[in-house]
Write a protein that binds this ligand. Structure first.
Ligand code: ADP
Ligand code: MG
Length: 769
C-alpha cells in the first residue's frame, strides 16, 4: 500500500461514504475515520430484544428469520418482499423490500441476520424498510457489506445517508488500505504498559474477535490521547522555560517584609509554604508558571500580594488580573487598605520607599484612566490592577515583572501563550483559582504549570451550615425569610442569590402564592424541562463555567430571561419587591446587584454592602467569585437546582468569612425529594475537592474545561477525565520522560505528526473564534 496514510483524504478510499461523513461529522481524513469508534457492539450470541426498539431510532439488530414471502403489490406495479424476523421472546419485526431481487434467497427461514435501518411501523407492526443486512451463517459469495468478523458486531452512530453497516463496510476497506500505521507511542513504552500497537488497536476496536479485544483497543486509544496531550504540555513547558526571565529575588527589609509585619494575623502553615515556593520561583532567571489553588477564603490574595511586592522590591511591576470589574475594584480597595502607607509613595504620610497601586477599568473617566495609565507606564505604580483587558489592550508597563491571574480557571492555555508572547523576557506568572481542580484536569489543562494547593483555612474561620429547603413544605419559606430578618437583626448581612435578573415589571411573586404573604415563592411550578430536571447542572450556570466574555461582569450567564425554561424562576427585581412587601423583611435595607447595572452602580452597591449600609443584597451570580465581605453571615440561593455544584460552592464561600458562623439555604421549588442529588452533596460537605470531583463526574468534559480551554477540549475525544486518572498519570510520566530524552522528538515522526495535528486544530479553532 503505502500511499494511504492517516492524513489521506477519506474520499480516496470510500468516495460516497466520505461525502456523507464529511457533511455529518466533519470526518475528512482516514485517521479521523479510524477514530470514529463504534458506539457499542452486538453480541452475536444474543439476539436483540425488540421491545427496546423505538420508532424513529436508527438501530442495528440481530435476529432470526422466521419467514419471507414475495407478493404482488395492490396499489403499484411490481412485487414486494416482507421477511419477518423474531427475537428470543418471539417478538416480530418485518423487513420490507420494495425491490425484492436477491433478498428472498438470502433471507431464508432459520438464518441469523444483522440488520440496520430506521424503525417505523406499518399497521400495528414494527418494520425496517430497505434495511441493510448481513446473514451471519452464510459463507462466501455474498454481496453483503463486509466488516463483520466472528466476534462482537460493531454498531456505529448512523449518519445521514450512511447506516452503521455501510460504515462498517467502509471501515473494512480503510483498514485494508492503510495497512501498518506509524505509532506515536514508542514501542518501549507500549511494551512496558502492555499496550497493543496502533495498527492492532484500530483493527481490534472496529473488528474485534472478542469483547476484551475491543476493550484493550479503547484503552490504548485513550492512552495515546493522554500521551499526546502530555507530550504537547511537556514541550510547551520546555519552550516556556527557554524564554529568559528577570530574576526578582527577595530584598531583605523590602516592602514584602514590611507587609508581612503589618499583617494583623499570622500566615497559616500552608500560606507560609506557598510563600516560600513562590519566593524561590521568582528568584530564578526563568519564568515562574505556578497555579495556586486554594479553597475559597484560604487566603490566596494575601500570598499573591506578598509575591507582587517581592517583584516591586526588585525593581519590577506586577499586574493583577481579575475576571470582573467588581473584583478588580474590590481588590484595589482591599490591597490599598492592607498596604496602607506602603501604597502611598509620594503622598503625605506615605512611606517614602513605598509604591502605588493603580486601577484600570473600562468605566473610569478619561482623566482617571489617563492618570492610572501614566502610573503604569512610568513605573510609579508597582501594582496595576484590572481585568484581562490589562494585557489584551496595549497598556504600557515600565517593567512588567509578574502577572497574577485571580480566580480564573478560565484563563486557558491560549491566554497563557499570548501573555508569553508579549514580553521579550517573560513575566513570572501566578494563576490562582478557588475552584478546586481535580488532579486529572490540573494535569491535562494546567500540565505545563507547577501546582500548589492551599487546603487549610485560616484558623478561627467559622463553619458554614448548609440546608436544602424545599419550597413546597408549608411554612419553610416563611421560616427562611424570618431567618434572614433575624440574621440582619443580629447585625449580620445576607445575600439572596437569584438565577436571573428579570424585569422591574415582572409579576409580583406574592400574587396567588399558596404560602400567603409569608412566602414569595410562586405557586406555579415550572414546566418540566430538560434544564429543570436533569442533574448535570445545565442550568444558567453553564454560561458561568463557559462564560465567553472574560471581561463581562456576567459570569453566571445571568439575565437569560425568556429562555424557555418556564416562567417562574426568581428574578432579582421581583425578589427585592417581595422582600420589601413582607412584614418580616420590610424594614430591612435591601439592595440589588446584577450584570445589567453600570459598573459604577455595581461598585457603589458593593461598597455600601461592605460598609454595612445594606442588610440584604439581592444578587445574581455576579457575586460568585472573590467578593469578600466578612460581615456577611447568611446566603439564600433561590432556585438552587439551577446551579451547578462548583458554582454553589463558590457562592457559599461568600459567607462565613468573618468571626461568625455562616448559614447557606439552598431553596428549591419542589419537595425535598425533588431536589437534585447534587444539592444534598453541597449541603453535605464543604470540601471543595470532593465537590469538584463530583462535579466532574456529572458534567461533560467540555463544561469542566470551559470555553478558554476549548483548544484542549477539541483534542480530548476519548478521555474521561473523571474516570481515567490512572491512565493519565501513566501517560504523563512516560510522555514527560520521552520529551526529556528527545526534546525535539527527532526519533518519533508519528508523535510529531500528532502534535502538529493538535496545533492545527487549535489554530483552526482560534481562527474561527
Ligand atoms: P481567597 O482569595 O483565597 O478566597 P482571601 O485572600 O480573600 O481568600 O482571604 C479571605 C480573608 O481571610 C481575607 O479577609 C483575608 O484578609 C483573611 N486572611 C487571609 N489569610 C489569613 C490568615 N492567615 N489568618 C487570618 N485571616 C486571614
Ligand atoms: Mg480571592
Amino acid at each position: 500500500m503505502g500511499t494511504i496514510d492517516l492524513d489521506s483524504p477519506l474520499r480516496q478510499v470510500v468516495a460516497q461514504l466520505a461525502t456523507k461523513l464529511a457533511a455529518a461529522r466533519e470526518i475528512r481524513t482516514v485517521g479521523q475515520f479510524l477514530d470514529f469508534l463504534p458506539r457499542g457492539y452486538i453480541d452475536p450470541a444474543r439476539p436483540t430484544d425488540f421491545t427496546t426498539l423505538r420508532e424513529g431510532d436508527d438501530v442495528v439488530i440481530l435476529a432470526v428469520v422466521r419467514k419471507a414471502a414475495t407478493r404482488r403489490m395492490k396499489a403499484r406495479r411490481g412485487s414486494m418482499l416482507v421477511a419477518t424476523v423474531v427475537d428470543e421472546q418471539g417478538g416480530e419485526l418485518d423487513l420490507t423490500f420494495f425491490r425484492p431481487y436477491g433478498h428472498e434467497q438470502a433471507l431464508l427461514p432459520g438464518r441469523r441476520v444483522v440488520c440496520s435501518g430506521t424503525v417505523s411501523s406499518y399497521g400495528q407492526r414494527g418494520q425496517l424498510t430497505h434495511p441493510e443486512y448481513q446473514v451471519l451463517d452464510e459463507t462466501g459469495g455474498s454481496e453483503q457489506p463486509a466488516g463483520y468478523g466472528e466476534g462482537p458486531i460493531p454498531v456505529y452512530l448512523a449518519v445521514r445517508g450512511a447506516t452503521s453497516m455501510k460504515i462498517a463496510a467502509g471501515m473494512d476497506l480503510v483498514l485494508h488500505a492503510v495497512g501498518e500505521v506509524p505509532d506515536p507511542i514508542p514501542e518501549q513504552v507500549r511494551r512496558a504498559r502492555g499496550l497493543p500497537s496502533l495498527t492492532d488497536a484500530y483493527r481490534m476496536v472496529h473488528q474485534p474477535r472478542t469483547d476484551s479485544e475491543q476493550r484493550r483497543a479503547r484503552h490504548r486509544l485513550k492512552w495515546q490521547e493522554a500521551f499526546v496531550i502530555q507530550a504537547a504540555l511537556a514541550q510547551r513547558r520546555r519552550s516556556a522555560m527557554a524564554v529568559p526571565a528577570t530574576a526578582r529575588a527577595a530584598v531583605a527589609g523590602g516592602l514584602a517584609d514590611e507587609f508581612r509585619e503589618r499583617l494583623p494575623f499570622e500566615l497559616t502553615a500552608g500560606q507560609q509554604r506557598v510563600v516560600r515556593a513562590i519566593r524561590e520561583d521568582l528568584a530564578l532567571e526563568r519564568p515562574m508558571h505556578r497555579l495556586l489553588q486554594g479553597e475559597v477564603g484560604s487566603g490566596k490574595t494575601v500570598v499573591s500580594l506578598r509575591a507582587m511586592l517581592q517583584a516591586v522590591d526588585s525593581g519590577g511591576q506586577a499586574a493583577l488580573l481579575a475576571p470582573t470589574e467588581v473584583l478588580a475594584v474590590q481588590h484595589h480597595r482591599s490591597i490599598s487598605r492592607m498596604l496602607g502607607p506602603l501604597a502611598e509613595a509620594g503622598l503625605l504620610g506615605g512611606a517614602d520607599h513605598g509604591t502605588r497601586v493603580a486601577l484600570l477599568t473600562g468605566s473610569q473617566s478619561a482623566a482617571e484612566r489617563r492618570a492610572n495609565l501614566l502610573q503604569a507606564a512610568s513605573g510609579e505604580a508597582g501594582i496595576v490592577i484590572g481585568t484581562h483587558a490589562l494585557i489584551q489592550e496595549h497598556v504600557q508597563f515600565a517593567e512588567l515583572g509578574m502577572v497574577v491571574v485571580d480566580e480564573q480557571h478560565r484563563f486557558g492555555v491560549e491566554q497563557r501563550d499570548s501573555l508569553r508572547a508579549k514580553a521579550s523576557t517573560a513575566p513570572h506568572l501566578l494563576v490562582m483559582t478557588a475552584t478546586p481542580i481535580p488532579r486529572t484536569v490540573a494535569m491535562t489543562v494546567f500540565g505545563d504549570m507547577e501546582t500548589t494547593t492551599l487546603s487549610e483555612l485560616p484558623s478561627g474561620r467559622q463553619p458554614i451550615t448548609t440546608h436544602v429547603v424545599a419550597g413546597e413544605k408549608p411554612g419553610w419559606v416563611e421560616r427562611t425569610w424570618h431567618r434572614v430578618a433575624e440574621e440582619a437583626g443580629g447585625g449580620g448581612q445576607v445575600y439572596v442569590v437569584c438565577p436571573r435578573i428579570g424585569d422591574p415589571d415582572d409579576p409580583d411573586l406574592l400574587e396567588g402564592s399558596t404560602t400567603g404573604p409569608g412566602g414569595p415563592i410562586p405557586v406555579q411550578r415550572r414546566q418540566p424541562s430538560p434544564g429543570a430536571t436533569d442533574s448535570d447542572g445545565d442550568g444558567p450556570d453553564v454560561g458561568g463555567q463557559d462564560g465567553g466574555d472574560p471581561d463581562g461582569d456576567d459570569p453566571g450567564g445571568e439575565g437569560q430571561d425568556g429562555d424557555g425554561q418556564g416562567p417562574a424562576l426568581h428574578g432579582v427585581h421581583q425578589v427585592q419587591r417581595a422582600l420589601r412587601a413582607l412584614p418580616a423583611t420590610a424594614a430591612l435595607r435591601i439592595a440589588t446587584v446584577h450584570g445589567r447595572q453600570t459598573p459604577e452602580d455595581k461598585d457603589s452597591v458593593m461598597r455600601s454592602f461592605a460598609a454595612g449600609e445594606v442588610d440584604v443584597l439581592v444578587a445574581t451570580t455576579v457575586i460568585e467569585v472573590g467578593v469578600d465581605v466578612p460581615n456577611a453571615t447568611a446566603m439564600v440561593v433561590l432556585d438552587a437546582d439551577r446551579f451547578g455544584i462548583s458554582q454553589l460552592h463558590q457562592l457559599r464561600g461568600r459567607v462565613g468569612r468573618g468571626g461568625k458562623p455562616g448559614l447557606c439555604l439552598l431553596m428549591t421549588q419542589g419537595t425535598e425529594a425533588d431536589a437534585p442529588e447534587r444539592l444534598h452533596a453541597v449541603a453535605g460537605t464543604t470540601d471543595g475537592f470532593e465537590l469538584a470531583r463530583l462535579d466532574l463526574e456529572q458534567r461533560r468534559e467540555g463544561d469542566v474545561l470551559g470555553a478558554s480551554q476549548s483548544g484542549a477540549r477539541r483534542t480530548i475525544r476519548f478521555l474521561q477525565l473523571a474516570r481515567d486518572e490512572e491512565l493519565i498519570v501513566q501517560a504523563h510520566e512516560d510522555a514527560w520522560q520521552v520529551v526529556e530524552s528527545d526534546p525535539e522528538l527527532a526519533g518519533n515522526a508519528a508523535l510529531r505528526a500528532e502534535l502538529a495535528r493538535i496545533d492545527a486544530e487549535r489554530a483552526a479553532f482560534l481562527e474561527r473564534g
